[in-house]
Ligand binder design. Sequence first.
Ligand code: UDP
Length: 236
Amino acid sequence: MEKRELLYSGKAKSVYSTDDPDLMVLEFRNDTSAFDGKKVEQLDRKGMVNNKFNAFIMTRLAEAGIPTHFETLLSDTESLVKRLDMIPLECVVRNVSAGSLCRRLGVDEGVELDPPTFELFLKNDALGDPMVNEYHARSFGWAEESHLNRMKELTFQVNQVLKAMFDQGGLMLVDYKLEFGLYKGEVVLGDEFSPDGCRLWDKETREKLDKDRFRQGLGNVVEGYEEVGRRIGVQF
Ligand code: UDP
């Protein structure tokens, strides 16, 4: 496999083509952004930590029967993935209230949600990723009904697998965001799963060990990510 030209550079990752049209290289950078790119910093070792964290999670999810784009680790900061035709929606499941849900509905942080909620957001930085529903997605052609159903089914399956895994490490999976794409007609999990895109709290102390450390200026951001990784068995 030969890495070729840069296809796309996002806020935290860059994507390169390869000599195989079905495969791409994902490079995890140290760049860390929040508030739709208004706060950006370089955090030492974050690219490596997220790359290895994501590889570990994607492997566990694949073992549980969830189709993912992950193929293999290539280096400390690079992974080989399948090239998906991305669906421009973010799927968010919440087990506990936090973040935008609290701001939007005026509820306290930390309320257990039973059943967990499912939300869709349109990937559009200029609009601040607005919340949309399944009718918007279908009417505007962002995703068709069968694909939306599958995305929702897979997003909740991920919850079952990861809630149990983090629980064993003494952590609460508060919420998380997933992105999907199509590969040869099938809905497949893409993007990444790392503490950049989920909320993880210590079960006992409720200490935040995810990107809220960066959003809220709490410090020790990458140290928090590594702590979470160590507790679930990621080798950095
Ligand atoms: N999230 C993300 N990317 C986004 C928006 C949200 O990864 O562009 C994640 C976020 O880290 C959290 C979950 O999705 O784990 C729910 O985020 P929320 O809607 O509460 O928004 P936020 O408070 O992050 O603005």
